[in-house]
Write a protein that binds this ligand. Structure first.
Ligand code: NAP
Ligand code: MG
Length: 501
């Protein structure tokens, strides 16, 4: 079954299974960098409050960098409690004065306008997303920015149809929503939060993650260009304590948080005893399950897409692979061969598959998990690619022969690290897949529809993909079970957390 192939260029012996389509792993592509001169960044960004950019009361700014070369991109304001209060007050006034009273079809026009301008400026936004976040331009250009625009289009459509969405239930807006988002999909997460809130008639204070504020600030400029009534959307930057002040503010009616389970728990505690509504989208540790009857080449591509594209910075990343015993050897050798073709490097190069890890802190977290896996006695395999000298990069990594009790299996790594376990029966894999604190997503690869239906009813995950992975659509709800949080974003379900009945 097996061939030992000498890859001359890499001077390395590789093991591949007969029938692997491509044995020439080491194609070299000419660099294809995306131009960045059309992406206009200011040297310094203030807080977007009440329709204007204003200096922070804290008088403090911090540097936001490009994680692929550690160069400073801009300075960003740090909002303190006073700034948070100004933003929440602006949102409250806008709610009472304009937004609550505006006919829904007028509200919809503003949301459509935002969607259109995001589309028009998509090239610039994609470049800034990759510069600030480290993700490959292919991802930000083909996925993040178009999907962000689609969310605004989709929810603009709902704004004047809420009575049809929830017949005879007379849905009403809540008031001011405080929205806190992470660094892995900066503009897309802002869209997931802002679009349904505006469509349902709420006003917003949004805080992007400290390491990726720039596309949210560009969105603030877009919102200004779209002439939204002042204060309907406020975008403030800062660190964890800025987020904490938003959560605690007495004039906030609704909290929407996407981020780590640890911070989610802190937030839940801090609002105990209040009437604030809350949705939490937290961590994940998805099982990607490959059965013997699966189309193996497609499954290998889906596994690669599920964990390595986007550096594994995806809450729903397929970070735990379960392979049925009979095909384990074949799947692992094909995975290794495919990993050799992955290009790690400049996020702005159109050929890049894995860009930069978002921050030094995150890279150190991933590296500490690599040590943990090795110390747990697992076989570690990394592709032989070389990493850029500057910036934060990590090789795509496998931990082969993992067991349920390993920390690398149980804990969220949030990097390009895949653990591999084998299984014999459906019952065994369901038990193993569910035996984890998280329940955000899962993947199933099989030729049999009956197996898919059986698994989808038994896997405790909010989203399950069958014979594909990481597919998103604004019409489809997304969210978790257990420690992955509660509440849904996207689709009709995504309107509900912003309404009272
Ligand atoms: P994080 O540390 O929890 O931060 C998320 C956001 O919360 C950031 O804006 C952060 O500000 C802010 N924050 C930090 N401490 C806070 C506090 N005490 N009160 C209020 N806000 C606070 O998460 P992250 O490291 O940015 O993102 C990675 C995590 O997000 C992963 O665990 C991932 O699974 C999860 N995630 C989940 C989903 C989903 O849909 N379920 C989507 C994406 C990511 P700073 O940036 O200044 O710390
Ligand atoms: Mg953080």
């Amino acid at each position: 079954m097996h061939l030992e192939v000498q890859n001359k260029k890499l001077n390395k012996t590789m093991s591949i299974t007969k029938g692997t389509p491509n044995t020439d792993f080491n194609w070299e592509y000419a660099p294809a960098p995306e131009a960045k001169d059309h992406a206009k960044l200011k040297k310094q960004y203030d807080l977007f409050i009440n329709g204007e950019f204003v200096k922070p009361n804290s008088k403090k700014y911090y540097n936001t960098i490009n994680p692929s070369n550690e160069e400073v991109l801009a300075q960003v304001a740090e909002a303190n409690e006073k700034d948070v209060d100004l933003a929440v007050t602006a949102a409250r006034n806008a709610y009472e004065k304009y937004w609550k009273k505006m006919p829904a079809k007028e509200r919809a026009k503003y949301i459509f306008r935002i969607a259109r301008v995001i589309q028009e400026r998509s090239r610039e936004l994609a470049v800034i997303e990759s510069l600030n976040g480290g993700k490959p331009i292919r991802e930000s250009r083909d996925f993040d920015i178009p999907t962000a625009a689609n969310h605004f289009f989709y929810y603009a459509g709902w704004a004047d149809k809420l009575e049809y969405a929830f017949p005879n239930r007379h849905p009403q807006s809540l008031g001011v929503a405080a929205q806190i988002i992470p660094w892995n999909f900066p503009l897309l997460m802002a869209a997931w939060k802002i679009a349904p809130a505006l469509a349902t008639g709420n006003t917003v204070v949004l805080k992007p993650a400290e390491s990726t504020p720039l596309t949210a600030l560009k969105l603030a400029e877009i919102i200004q260009d779209c002439d939204l009534p002042p204060g309907v959307v406020n975008i403030i930057t800062g660190f964890g304590n800025t987020g904490a002040a938003m959560v605690k503010h007495p004039n906030v009616n609704k909290i929407a948080f996407t981020g780590s389970t640890d911070v989610g728990k802190i937030i839940q505690k801090s609002i105990a005893g209040t009437t604030k509504k809350i949705t939490l989208e937290l961590g994940g540790k998805a099982a990607n399950i490959v059965f013997e009857d699966a189309p193996i080449n497609q499954a290998v591509e889906g596994i690669i897409n599920g964990i390595f594209f986007n550096q594994g910075h995806v809450c729903c990343a397929g970070s735990r692979l379960f392979v049925q015993e009979g095909v384990a050897e074949e799947v692992i050798s094909k995975l290794k061969a495919r990993m050799e073709t992955l290009i790690v490097g400049d996020p702005l190069d159109k050929n890049t598959d894995l860009g930069a890890i978002n921050s030094k802190e995150q890279l150190e977290k991933i590296q500490s998990f690599l040590k943990i896996g090795v110390n747990e006695g697992l076989e570690m395999y990394q592709s032989s690619c070389s990493l850029p000298k500057k910036g934060f990069f990590c090789k795509p990594t496998l931990f082969i022969g993992a067991a349920q009790s390993n920390r690398v299996v149980q804990e969220e790594i949030f990097g390009p690290v895949l653990t591999i376990q084998t299984f014999r029966t459906i019952e065994e894999v369901i038990e193993k897949a569910n035996n984890i604190p998280y329940g955000l997503s899962a993947g199933v690869w099989t030729d049999k529809g009956s197996k898919i239906f059986n698994l989808t009813s038994k896997l405790r995950a909010g989203v399950i993909w069958a014979n594909t992975y990481n597919k998103f659509d604004p019409t489809s709800p997304f969210g978790g079970y257990k420690e992955s949080g509660f509440g849904r974003e996207g689709g009709l379900h995504g309107l509900m957390p912003y309404l009272k009945f």
